[in-house]
Design a binder for this molecule. Sequence first.
Ligand code: ADP
Ligand code: VHF
Length: 374
Amino acid sequence: MSSGRNRLAKKGRWVVKIGSALLTDDGKGLDQKAIALWVDQLVRLRAEGTEIVLVSSGAVAEGMTRLGWKDRPSEVYRLQAAAAVGQMGLVQAWEAQFMRHGIHTAQVLLTHDDLSNRKRYLNARSTLRTLIELGVVAVINENDTVITSEIRFGDNDTLGALVANAVEADALILLTDQKGLFDADPRHNPDAQMISEARAEEERVLAVAGDGGKLGRGGMATKVRAARLAARSGAVTVIASGREPEVLVRLKSGEALGTLLTPDRGPVAARKQWIAGHLQARGTLVVDAGAVSALTSSGRSLLPAGVVDVSGDFSRGEMVVVADETGAVIARGLVNYGADDARRIAGKPTRDIESILGFVGEAELIHRDNMVLA
Ligand SMILES: Nc1ncnc2c1ncn2[C@@H]1O[C@H](COP(=O)(O)OP(=O)(O)O)[C@@H](O)[C@H]1O
Ligand SMILES: N[C@@H](CCC(=O)OP(=O)(O)O)C(=O)O
């Protein structure tokens, strides 16, 4: 088994994204039988220790069916209205199927901005991680009411990748209506061959990926781009057919189904680069010797108690530098509290956060997962 396939066989966290064509049987209405079968598989994976987050498309397609529309409208406001109608059916279908197994689901509607803006990213991340801890399956879709470009291009693949980044998933599984990525679009080239495994960054992989079908979807191009995004936090991506019997369970057992797209870096290195890469530091937290040792020797999160000084003007989710009392930079990370709140809780025990601020966002000022040591 290749090392990428091997990663799928381990316990881990999967983001499973199911596309519109599959969910609605190519626009004919929600395929309840297929949904029941995917849920049975997801429940088995969970029982074996895999954590699952679901990204479900299909709101526009289901809304069109419910409203009796034959053709996908080009007006964005009509697409948004259709999505609002269809989303009702979508969440009902997932909830009913998971309830058969006594598993709670949660509806989460997100935009790409929510996962790019640092503050909202941290908020979405905390909610999703809490749902995972509670054993609830999040059913995520785009918040189509407030977005325009994503709905025009029909792209939940990117959303799946951003979610994979946010929850630090080990794998992003893109279930679609083809067996995988072919070296040419099989709708137009009957001789096209499937690519079983490649690096997400390989040029040829993006070069062969074409657009989607009549439901106005992103096609393979958005899937390959999603794999590249997912690779930023070290996740592997699989593009596979949701119609393949037991596809999820078989992937988990390491079977070489679909196309596996692998990251160039391991999860830790990829994530560190992602945090450090694009952001400018907005402030500095000066920490005492105890905190320096907790961060550098014990790999701990930064608690307010160890902070002796806060400078700069930053908001929750922005990047700050952590320095020791001589000014040497120890780490960088995404801060859980804005500058004013950070100043008020600096030097205080975590248990006092609530009485000082009137709420507790997080116990840490910077969680170790959001921190890169210098
Ligand atoms: N190289 C390729 N290999 C496989 N499918 C391709 C390729 N290029 C384009 N496609 C098209 O991409 C479609 C899947 O993408 P899309 O319709 O957006 O699905 P989903 O709704 O599942 O996201 C396939 O039906 C296929 O026609
Ligand atoms: N969020 C919208 C559009 C998403 C979409 O079409 O994505 P996909 O079918 O996965 O390429 C929906 O639920 O219909």
